[in-house]
Write a protein that binds this ligand. Structure first.
Ligand code: UDP
Ligand code: MG
Length: 334
């Protein structure tokens, strides 16, 4: 494949998706063929332990000219997997997609049209989002806080069907952050962004790879990775509360002098103390989030480790030294 001629790279992270991959292949390739552009599909296997790798390998053998497969050693997470693909994508434009067909591949053309019209980043929001009600409600809440507390402006940060021009992909590639959120980075770096509505479906098969815990972690990473407003809000709250409790001390002291010792209201006092204790603990936790991020960053472990790459034509220049490659044949032989 001629590097310069690749117009579109479609990047798909795959983690234990053997149940959906056949359906994905069956819809994705015809949808992309219909665009009449030179394209590549870049699958990143994020350490799947099911039959995903076998299926990806078979698909590579069926469509070697349009398919490249990056096999990560273990599970590094969706965003790290996408970063691995961004470092190798050859397209002038890159579109990311989930493997579970929640993002219809037929929508890629809409994103490509915006990119070709000169937008360097195409954000999306999901029409009629098809997810569990508790996830939709939690997302609305998180979207609201994120909009206020961070510089990231986007309608719906959860939708991963998004388009990126080469300039934005390269800006993201040069970011050395260990834990990150790709659409948020893109929205910071894009000079001429736009947002469009895209369809959203239910997961075709298999289960969501995000537990409630992983979703909460992702939310914390989004908040603390892109803003120090939570810290500042906390120190402001601390200031106001210490002023208020100072006033309470003065008031109680006055009562002590005027009325003598009292024991009534001791439970009220407990309630107040516990309230402050709760806030103090939250503050320590919040500090911990930032310190944790610093700790992860200073260790400088690789964000992902590539085990092998299946591609018909090897990269002329293999990227970044943060990648260790154990076995990477120059040209994959089936
Ligand atoms: N994914 C991944 N690594 C992970 C978790 C998820 O590569 O650690 C991939 C997964 O295979 C899918 C996409 O990221 O292609 C989105 O995951 P999922 O559909 O489970 O998330 P949800 O739609 O429930 O938010
Ligand atoms: Mg999904």
């Amino acid at each position: 494949m001629n590097e310069a001629a690749t117009i579109l790279s479609v990047v798909i992270p795959v983690y234990n998706e053997e149940d959906v991959l056949p359906a994905l292949f069956a819809r994705l390739y015809p949808a992309l063929d219909a665009l009449k552009r030179r394209y590549e599909v870049l699958f990143v296997n994020d350490g799947s332990r099911d039959g995903s790798v076998t299926l990806l390998r078979q698909q590579f053998e069926r469509r070697p000219e349009e398919t490249r497969v990056i096999l990560l050693q273990v599970n590094f997470g969706q965003h790290a997997a996408i970063l691995a693909a961004f470092a190798r994508a050859r397209g002038r434009y890159v579109v990311t997609l989930d493997a579970d067909l929640q993002n219809p591949p037929e929508e890629v053309g809409k994103l490509l049209a915006q990119l070709e019209a000169g937008h360097d980043y195409v954000g999306t929001w999901r029409a009629n989002r098809q997810d569990m009600w508790w996830r939709r409600t939690a997302s609305k809440f998180v979207n609201l806080i994120r909009e206020r507390a961070t510089p990231i402006k986007m309608a719906d940060h959860g939708c991963m069907l998004r388009g990126y021009a080469r300039s934005v992909v390269e800006a993201i590639n040069s970011t050395r952050e260990n834990v990150t959120f790709i659409p948020a980075l893109a929205s910071l770096y894009a000079a001429n962004p736009t947002e469009i509505e895209v369809k959203h479906d239910e997961r075709v098969a298999g289960a969501s790879k995000y537990s409630l815990y992983k979703l909460i972690r992702l939310t914390f990473d989004l908040m603390t990775g892109f803003s120090t407003v939570p810290l500042q809000a906390f120190s402001l709250a601390g200031l106001v509360l210490s002023l208020l409790s100072g006033a309470l001390v003065v008031y109680l002291l006055g009562r002590r002098l005027v009325l003598g010792p009292e024991v009534d209201g001791v439970f009220t006092l407990f309630a107040i103390v516990f309230f402050f204790l709760g806030i103090a603990l939250f503050g320590i936790g919040l500090l911990g989030e930032y310190i944790g991020r610093i700790y992860v960053q200073v260790r400088q472990r690789p964000r992902y480790i590539i085990g092998a790459v299946l591609e018909a034509h090897a990269d002329p220049e293999a990227p970044a030294s943060d990648v260790v490659e154990r076995r990477r044949p120059p040209d994959y032989v089936a």
